[in-house]
Write a protein that binds this ligand. Structure first.
Ligand code: SAM
Length: 284
């Protein structure tokens, strides 16, 4: 019998993906997790009824979550990923040779274990990289208490539902600010401006209270259905999002000009060109 899996993120808009085969379907310590094969998107993981990652388009989101802040910063030695249990952002961050350590703070050890088993191509050995440090904890607690300091923080969280809700609060962003080094940079998974405008507007309003510069950048990710995906941007150094293509290109070359499939120096610069309906959400 055919099985279709429904994504239930939005009030009046639902998407169904055909599950050609189901590899896992159960509760972890924190969330309902299902992993299934789909003819168009490859292997798919959903948490609490929301698509998190697919093997066919994961490169887009993971490249843009990692390379835009790391090439914008240019001299990051220590990075923090909150969430990111599938290991895709970790994999991309570790392609930056100047990084000495990447800490991944994930609340659900079950996500890491299941993604290591069912999505080995996404983490691609990143969990075993000597520069990787895994912390199993709630991100809000970690940023409030850690003695560590970071140049770049990437919030690769679920949406503000279930355990991910706290990662969209002013308290959490203040904690991120607390453990950012001077001149550091925070980027966040901030949903689809077309369908989740309020989340992006609220996050950037909090950033504006805590940092000198707040904005967003965009990427087109097929499986986050409903328009471009936004990434929140918060730093005290406004120049970080104003680099020209040549400078980003030089930094990419210095990092070994590793091949990418979505991010490029041109796409990096263009991702900050916000259409008016998004610009109006993030401008004070
Ligand atoms: N790329 C996906 C997206 O854009 O929705 C996110 C992928 S990743 C699987 C999201 C991770 O955030 C999950 O592994 C989840 O367990 C983790 N997470 C949710 N709430 C968290 C919290 N409070 N602290 C740390 N990790 C959390």
């Amino acid at each position: 019998m055919e099985r279709w899996v429904e994504e239930t993120l939005h009030r009046g808009f639902r998407v169904n993906l055909k599950a050609d085969s189901v590899l896992f379907d159960s509760e972890t310590e924190h969330q309902r997790l299902i992993i299934f094969e789909n003819a168009d998107f490859g292997r798919v993981m959903m948490l609490d009824g929301i698509v998190q990652v697919t093997t066919n388009d994961e490169f887009i989101y993971h490249e843009m979550m990692a390379h835009v802040p790391l090439f914008a910063h240019g001299r990051a030695k220590r990075a923090l990923i909150v969430g990111g249990g599938d290991g895709g952002v970790l994999r991309e961050a570790l392609r930056h040779p100047q990084l000495e350590q990447v800490t991944l703070c994930e609340i659900d050890r079950g996500v890491i274990a299941l993604c290591r088993t069912h999505f080995p191509e996404i983490s691609a050995g990143a969990y075993d990289d000597p520069r990787t440090r895994i912390v199993i904890a709630d991100g809000t607690k970690f940023v409030a208490e850690t003695d560590d300091r970071f140049d770049v923080i990437m919030i690769d969280s679920t949406d503000p539902i279930g355990p991910g809700a706290v990662l969209f609060t002013r308290e959490f962003y203040a904690g991120c600010r607390r453990c950012l080094k001077p001149g550091g940079l925070l980027v966040t998974q901030n949903g689809l401006p077309f369908l989740q405008a309020g989340e992006l507007k609220q996050s950037v309003a909090y950033f504006r209270e805590l940092f000198a510069d707040a904005s967003a950048y965009l990427a087109n990710t097929p499986t986050y259905f409903g328009g471009p995906m936004s990434f929140g941007w918060a730093t005290d150094n406004k120049k970080l999002r104003e680099h020209r293509r040549k400078k980003i290109e030089r930094r990419h070359e210095k990092a070994g000009a590793f091949p990418t499939r979505y991010w490029s120096p041109e796409v990096h610069v263009a991702s900050f060109a916000l259409p008016p309906y998004v610009r109006d959400l993030v401008e004070a």
